[in-house]
Design a protein around this ligand. Structure first.
Ligand SMILES: C[S@@+](CC[C@H](N)C(=O)[O-])C[C@H]1O[C@@H](n2cnc3c(N)ncnc32)[C@H](O)[C@@H]1O
Length: 184
C-alpha cells in the first residue's frame, strides 16, 4: 500500500484520497507551482498536497471561519496559507495560480457559473483546474457547458464511482486501525 494512504498525520478526506486514486493531480506535477484549493474544509487535502506534491505555495480557501481557524492551527507547513473566502468571489488576484483544486465542495455553491468564471480569472494562462464532486450523469451533462462558457477546456473527465468504493474500504481499514490503537 502506498505510504500516503497510511500516513495518519497527512491523511486527507475520502475525496482527497479519490483525487489521488484517480491520478488527477499526478500528471499535473505540482512541484514548485502555485496551487489554490477552494473549499479546503479542515485542510487534510491541502496538507496532503503540501507534503506529497511539494507545490511552491498552497493557498486553502473556505467559507467557514471555523474551518480556516482550524487549518491555521493544525497545518503549519512551509508555503501553506489559509484564507477565508467564497468560491464565487475568490480572495486572489487575476492570473495568480497555476492549479486550482476543488474537491467535494461545489455542490454547496450558490452559483456554479460564478465559481467557474472565478477559476478562469485566477488561473494563469496554461493553468489547470482539478475538480471532483458528486453529480448525477444528468447533473454533469447540465453543468458541462458551463466550463466552455467560462473559457475552461475539459481535457479529461472520468466517473470515479469505482475509486470511491476503493477509498471507502481504505478509510474503513484505517478507522479500524485507529480504534484498535485506542483500545490498547
Ligand atoms: C464536504 S466539505 C469538503 C472539504 C474538503 N474539500 C475535503 O475534501 O475534505 C465542503 C467544504 O466546502 C466549503 N464551502 C461551501 N460553500 C462554499 C463557498 N461558497 N465558498 C467556499 N467554500 C465553501 C464548506 O465550508 C466545506 O468546508
Amino acid at each position: 500500500m502506498p505510504a500516503y494512504l497510511t500516513d495518519h498525520s497527512a491523511r486527507p478526506s475520502l475525496f482527497g484520497l479519490l483525487v489521488v486514486a484517480c491520478h488527477v493531480l499526478q500528471p499535473l506535477a505540482l512541484k514548485g507551482k502555485d496551487v489554490l484549493e477552494v473549499g479546503c474544509g479542515r485542510g487534510g487535502g491541502a496538507a496532503f498536497l503540501a507534503r506529497y506534491h511539494r507545490p511552491g505555495t498552497l493557498l486553502g480557501v473556505d467559507l467557514s471561519p471555523k474551518a480556516i481557524a482550524w487549518c491555521r492551527k493544525r497545518h503549519v507547513l512551509p508555503g501553506v496559507e489559509f484564507r477565508e473566502g467564497r468560491a464565487e468571489a475568490l480572495p486572489c488576484s487575476d492570473s495568480a495560480v497555476d492549479v486550482v483544486v476543488n474537491v467535494e465542495s461545489s455542490h454547496c455553491y450558490a452559483s456554479m457559473s460564478g465559481f467557474l468564471s472565478e477559476v478562469a480569472r485566477v488561473l494563469r494562462p496554461g493553468g489547470h483546474f482539478a475538480f471532483c464532486d458528486l453529480r448525477t450523469a444528468t447533473g454533469w451533462a447540465r453543468m458541462r457547458p458551463g466550463f466552455d462558457a467560462a473559457g475552461l477546456e475539459i481535457l479529461q473527465e472520468e466517473c470515479i464511482n469505482g475509486p470511491v468504493v476503493q477509498a471507502l474500504s481504505i478509510v474503513q481499514y484505517n478507522q479500524q486501525v485507529d480504534i484498535t490503537h485506542c483500545l490498547r
